[in-house]
Design a protein around this ligand. Structure first.
Ligand code: SAM
Length: 214
């Protein structure tokens, strides 16, 4: 039997579930473009409540996910069913993906790489499980290199109760640069300042979205 995920993990799952619709609308334009090409074997890291399923509906995909927070699972399976997808979860994390080398056509992620415990290891694992020429498609919030005030807050919040309420999110990561350094043959992404209101978005922006080819 799975162990109880605990108060903060449950709280985070319920919180994300409440934001599903807002997140869908906020990222609709970028995600529709980003995930348009997805087909074949797809591994999604950190799918959360399944907020990316609507972008995969009707596609020829075999979806597998890595979602260590068990409190997300009921939301995720419900969303998969509503979007006509069959969801299979693996019992491992991005730092040590329990799949053989060269296994999947796509790895996809949205707003996950801020939370992994080891970014470099996670990117190496993503690259390892992709087939040759396979693609990693990502949409992530990243460190603000221009606004020093936001960057200071981004660096400080992981040392506050944010750590517990946001499930270990580190907003000051230079994720774009880390992807460029991770040994992919080609990387391309767009930086943008996500519009919207609210304290979380004030901290968790700008964003990048794009792809990395193995
Ligand atoms: C901010 S949420 C994003 C969820 C969803 N992708 C979205 O866009 O709403 C981050 C997710 O990554 C998951 N996560 C955290 N660490 C992880 C790891 N090492 N491997 C895989 N997933 C992880 C969390 O459980 C959570 O569901």
């Amino acid at each position: 039997m799975k162990k109880d995920p605990g108060y903060f993990k449950k709280n985070f799952a319920n919180f994300l579930a409440q934001l599903d619709e807002e997140s869908y609308e906020m990222h609709y334009a970028k995600k529709s473009q980003l995930f348009a090409e997805v087909e074949g074997k797809v591994l999604e890291i950190g799918p959360g409540t399944g907020v990316n399923f609507p972008f995969l509906t009707g596609k020829e995909v075999t979806w597998t996910g890595l979602e260590p927070n068990a409190a997300m699972h009921p939301f995720l399976f419900k969303a998969a069913q509503e979007n006509g997808l069959e969801a299979r979860l693996l019992d491992c994390t991005t730092e040590a993906i329990c799949l053989p080398d060269d296994e999947v056509d796509y790895v996809i992620s949205s707003e996950v790489l801020c939370s992994v415990s080891d970014l470099e290891k996670s990117l190496a694992e993503i690259r390892r499980v992709l087939k040759p020429n396979g693609k990693f498609l990502f949409l992530e919030h990243v460190v603000d290199k221009h606004n020093i005030w936001r960057r200071l807050v981004q660096k400080a919040v992981p040392y506050t109760p944010w750590k517990f309420y946001s499930d270990g999110c580190h907003p000051a990561r230079d994720i774009g640069n880390a992807i460029r350094q991770a040994g992919f043959s080609d990387v391309s992404y767009v930086d943008y300042m996500q519009e919207g209101r609210g304290i979380i978005l004030m901290i968790n922006r700008p964003h990048i979205y794009g792809w990395a080819i193995k």
